[in-house]
Design a protein around this ligand. Structure first.
Ligand SMILES: Cc1cc2nc3c(=O)[nH]c(=O)nc-3n(C[C@H](O)[C@H](O)[C@H](O)COP(=O)(O)O)c2cc1C
Length: 121
């Protein structure tokens, strides 16, 4: 299976993104234990474009976890474009390895996320 130029092998087992779970140490452990790819927890695009330290820190990945996807989410298209560019340049912005893949969270059912962007009516 190939995603862009990232070759994950025949039948890859990939670590799902999980808020407050898939931090850097957990991701490295999963790669050591055979995950073909790992993913950061979702990172808010509005936090990234505000340069919020917490959001930036979540983009920091290590060489030994590669291939690693950085996941972003948000409901404002312009913010998502800027955040995707930042994720693509994560190595310069946050240090470390950066992103092999930028993953966009399109379907989080958690109400604090799914309810954003709706008309107040
Ligand atoms: C604690 C927790 C946090 C999660 N956080 C995210 C997240 O940040 N981004 C995302 O796309 N999915 C998130 N998910 C969904 C998981 O990535 C996954 O899609 C879901 O658990 C179903 O996986 P399964 O079919 O292997 O059980 C989260 C799930 C759990 C349980």
């Amino acid at each position: 299976m190939k995603i862009g130029n990232v070759d994950l092998g025949e039948r890859p087992v990939v670590l799902a993104p999980m808020e407050d779970v898939t931090d850097v140490s957990f991701r490295v452990l999963c790669r050591e234990q055979g995950a073909a790819m790992v993913t950061t927890e979702f990172i808010p695009s509005d936090g990234l474009i505000r340069d919020a330290a917490k959001a930036i820190a979540k983009m920091r990945t290590l060489e030994e976890e590669s291939p690693v996807a950085i996941q972003i989410y948000g409901h404002i298209p312009e913010s998502m474009v800027d955040a995707a560019r930042m994720a693509d340049n994560a190595a310069e912005i946050a240090g470390g390895h950066g992103a092999d893949i930028v993953d966009i969270n399109f379907g989080c059912p958690v109400s604090k996320n799914a309810g954003r962007g709706q008309d107040p009516a």
